[in-house]
Write a protein that binds this ligand. Structure first.
Ligand SMILES: Nc1ncnc2c1ncn2[C@@H]1O[C@H](COP(=O)(O)OP(=O)(O)OP(=O)(O)O)[C@@H](O)[C@H]1O
Ligand SMILES: [Mg+2]
Length: 276
């Protein structure tokens, strides 16, 4: 398994007393597998993904275990955490603005990891990023890389951070609502890119979304989260179309659907219904 999370619990101290955010979360992602993590807002999806990289809130208490590519992630082993963050996993954060330095040019921020951590020469890193920016539907990447985050729309920034995360060739991609701010056409392009990279590089993806329909369409397996716990696990093929778990069914039922197209009913004063 590329990612194994076992009985992960996480509690943060609050003025009103300890607040448990995750309860015995267990999940697995295999090599080349795309696994969905779905649940309503506040169910703990982002906290789970961030915990994989040991990005946990200050003062939080955790129990359970996390391993990425066989490397145990634990606060007592900073080298292991560094190895996971640099060599094995990359995360697309839910809010792209928070992961780019507002006073640095896009190109410098987005290639920083490649240059400073992976030792790729700056020109090569920029070329790699530009190619991926084109693949996620951004035109004129060289000009975009010279701009600052406030000069790009939310959807453009989201595509920049997707390209930056993919540029390091991670074995495991933690994609937190990575396509939620994109229009449907761009979303389809990004999903096609993720599918291709999964095939070509055997990249594993933990795909976090609140959209059960999307998760079912993209993922091999889907975990459903509620109130900090995993409450269901289903193959992507069936999770939306024939959910068994009552909570998953409620999520599926809450998904807006287009009404079935029906023939327009004939006008009341027209016996044949032939349009006039
Ligand atoms: N540092 C923190 N201190 C206190 N509470 C926190 C902290 N981080 C997260 N929480 C709480 O933990 C719960 C889970 O948050 P999380 O961001 O993981 O949810 P989510 O499933 O990703 O939601 P969304 O779909 O809105 O992104 C929420 O109730 C949130 O308010
Ligand atoms: Mg979230």
């Amino acid at each position: 398994m590329l990612l194994t999370v076992r009985d992960l619990s996480l509690t943060v101290p609050m003025p009103s007393g300890p607040l448990q955010i995750l309860r015995d979360v267990s999940l697995e992602v295999g090599s080349g597998e795309t696994v969905g993590l779905v649940g309503e807002s506040g169910s703990g999806k982002s906290t789970t993904a961030r915990a994989v990289l040991q990005l946990i809130p200050d003062g939080a208490h955790t129990s359970g275990s996390i391993a990425v590519c066989g490397v145990e992630a634990s606060p007592e082993h900073p080298e292991a955490i560094r190895a996971i963050r640099t060599n094995h996993a990359a995360m697309i954060f839910q809010d792209p603005r928070s992961s780019l330095n507002p006073v640095r040019r896009i190109g410098d921020s987005a290639t920083e990891r490649l240059v400073c951590v992976h030792g790729v020469p700056k020109a090569e890193a920029s070329r790699r990023l530009a190619d991926l920016m084109l693949e996620v539907g951004l035109r004129d990447p060289e000009s975009l890389m010279r701009r600052y985050p406030h000069q790009l729309s939310g959807g453009m920034l989201q595509r920049v951070v997707i390209a930056a995360a993919l540029s390091t060739n991670p074995r495991l991609l933690l994609a937190d609502e990575a396509t939620s701010a994109l229009d449907v056409t761009t979303q389809a392009e990004v999903l096609a890119l993720l599918r291709r990279l999964r095939r070509e590089r055997e990249m594993a993806v933990l795909f976090i979304t609140h959209d059960l329909l999307l998760a079912g369409a993209l993922c091999d397996r889907v975990y459903v989260m509620k109130d900090g716990s995993i409450v269901d696990e289903q193959p992507g093929k069936t999770v939306f179309v024939s959910p068994v778990n009552p909570y998953t069914k409620a999520l599926a039922d809450a998904t807006p659907r287009l009404p079935k197209r029906s023939k327009p009913s004939p006008p009341a004063d027209s016996p044949t219904g032939t349009p006039r």
